[in-house]
Design a protein around this ligand. Structure first.
Ligand code: NDP
Length: 485
């Protein structure tokens, strides 16, 4: 772990073996911290913040550190992408993209922090009113295992750019690339205590970050149930909170859509990163008249997806993150059958051809679903697609919004006006027309309803790591004369 500018073991001496989900081999042994380690890291982050060693630097000075981090991520891109593939399982073509995106995210926030900011207000003379943004303070950042590096960078880059100090907790199963990132933060010379890395379980380390009164802000990405518990813990000192939680996002295909484009994106929407994506298009809504033909083509293509170790350049879909998670996803195959849905393709663990030690699963599609089935309502977080049939535009909108989540959604149609009508009715924070998944450092990321609170990325994501201060200046310095004597 990296605390106060030094690499340290957990105080308890505990460690955790890190497994490659493609073959079950141990690739690393990581320190496993607990509450005491988290408290130490929070204390030094508090001192570092209060000292002004980082927040008092000019924005340009902070930016220069962040630009260097981006450069070093790019220099070490191949090494870090390989490590991410070994740790998380996803194919190299995805982890290369993640590392490039992480570097771009540092550059984006390094650039943003020196741009014009704040507001002035025209109020009654002789007053001048203005608003400035200031860092929130000590930020606890907690991320999951599905994009270990990238989810971290989405928080670390804006938090540091804004002048905060941080305590970062990766998922205990995927700490490897976080360690590389903190090596880089050390190399570029970020002052001691500003950026701290604590590994360990969510129930102890994560909960301490959410509860500790010396943490001013908690920013979390992960499951909705965990988000709920973090909200409760964060009441201790009324922390500012940002939550990016789960989803069950609808991908709506109208009969007038470009057929092959829609099929292609429907696959990408659910099977990228093995479906372990919060914004995955895990519900495919098909207009009645194309339903059967679309499903046939989709299943044909899904069965051709090359599943294997992420290190194999031929691989298009890797293993799930762990045995327990694979079993959870597979259990939904049984649930779907019991609920009376039709298994169109997939549904099995893959073990042939040297895959038996890993956690591989076939791309799976269920059709003939009803809106209240568990496979339609619950976030499965795997290569598992639930197909729904709709009659018309109103029906599509009703089905799409029939969920407690509201993270993302896509619409495929050649009718531009219809696309906009549907998008405007979708209760979701991230939407796409005639595509699915593109994500930009410049644009806000986050959800409606139980998909979260606040937004990451873009200027919105920066603002989440700032407080707003109103400043009122009297331009005529004389007594107000409210009281006579
Ligand atoms: P979790 O929400 O359990 O974990 C995300 C992060 O939160 C991890 O670092 C975890 O620690 C930490 N954490 C766990 N419990 C607490 C707690 N009480 N207080 C503070 N931090 C905590 O997600 P999982 O990784 O276990 O995945 C579970 C489900 O969450 C998935 O099946 C999926 O539905 C959803 N998910 C959604 C994601 C999204 O981007 N929206 C991403 C990943 C998962 P640790 O795991 O190290 O113990």
């Amino acid at each position: 772990m990296f605390i106060n500018g030094e690499w340290v073991q957990a105080q308890s001496g505990k460690t955790r073996e890190i497994m490659n989900p493609a073959n079950g081999q141990i690739i690393a042994v990581a320190a496993e911290g607990d509450v005491v380690d988290a408290q130490n890291a929070i204390e030094v982050a508090r001192q570092a913040f209060d000292s002004g060693v980082w927040s008092d630097l000019s924005p340009a000075a902070r930016a220069s550190f962040l630009f260097k981090v981006a450069d070093k991520l790019e220099e070490r891109a191949e090494e870090i992408a390989h490590l991410e593939t070994l740790d998380n399982g996803k194919p190299l073509r995805e982890t290369r993209f993640d590392v490039a995106d992480a570097a771009a995210c540092f550059r984006y926030y390094a650039g943003l922090v020196t741009k014009p900011d704040g507001q002035t207000y025209h109020v009654a003379d002789p007053m001048q009113a203005m608003v400035v943004r200031e860092p929130v303070g000590v930020c606890g950042l907690i991320v999951p295992w599905n994009y270990p590096l990238l989810m971290g960078v989405w928080k670390i880059a804006p938090a540091l750019a804004a002048g905060n100090t941080i305590v970062f907790k990766p998922s205990e199963v995927t700490p490897v690339t976080s360690i590389k990132l903190f090596e880089i933060l050390q190399e570029v010379g970020i002052p001691k205590g500003v950026a701290n890395l604590v590994m360990g379980p969510g129930a102890t380390v994560g909960n301490e970050l959410a509860e500790n009164v010396n943490v001013d802000k908690i920013s979390f990405t992960g499951g909705t149930a965990t988000g709920r518990s973090i909200m409760k813990a964060a009441t201790s000192n009324i922390k500012k909170i940002s939550l990016e939680l789960g989803g069950k996002s609808p991908n709506i295909v109208f009969a007038d859509a470009d057929f092959e484009t829609a099929v292609d994106y429907a696959l990408f929407a659910i099977y990228a990163n093995q479906g372990q994506v919060c914004a995955a298009g895990s519900r495919l809504l098909l207009e009645e008249s194309i339903h059967d033909r679309f499903l046939e083509r989709l299943a044909e293509r899904a069965q051709h997806i090359r599943v294997g170790p992420g290190t194999d350049p031929q691989t298009e879909m890797g293993p799930l993150i762990s045995q327990a998670h694979m079993e959870k996803v597979l259990s939904y195959v049984e649930i779907g059958k019991q609920e009376g849905a039709r298994l169109v393709c997939g549904g099995n663990r893959l073990q042939d051809g040297g895959l038996d030690q890993g956690f591989f699963m076939e791309p799976t599609i269920f059709a003939d679903t009803t809106p209240d089935m568990r496979i339609v309502q619950e976030e499965i977080f795997g290569p598992f697609l639930a197909v729904q049939k709709f009659k018309d535009e109103a029906d599509a909108i009703r089905l799409a919004n029939h969920t407690v989540y509201g993270l993302a959604g896509g619409v495929f149609t050649s009718d531009g006006a219809k696309a906009m009508r549907v998008i405007k009715k979708l209760r979701a924070g991230i939407t796409w027309v005639n595509c699915y998944h593109p994500t930009y450092n410049e644009a806000p990321w986050g959800g409606y309803k139980q998909s979260g609170i606040g937004r990451g990325l873009g200027t919105f994501g920066f603002d989440e790591f700032t407080e707003v201060k109103q400043i009122n200046i009297n331009l005529q310095v004389e007594p107000i004369g409210w009281f006579e004597k």
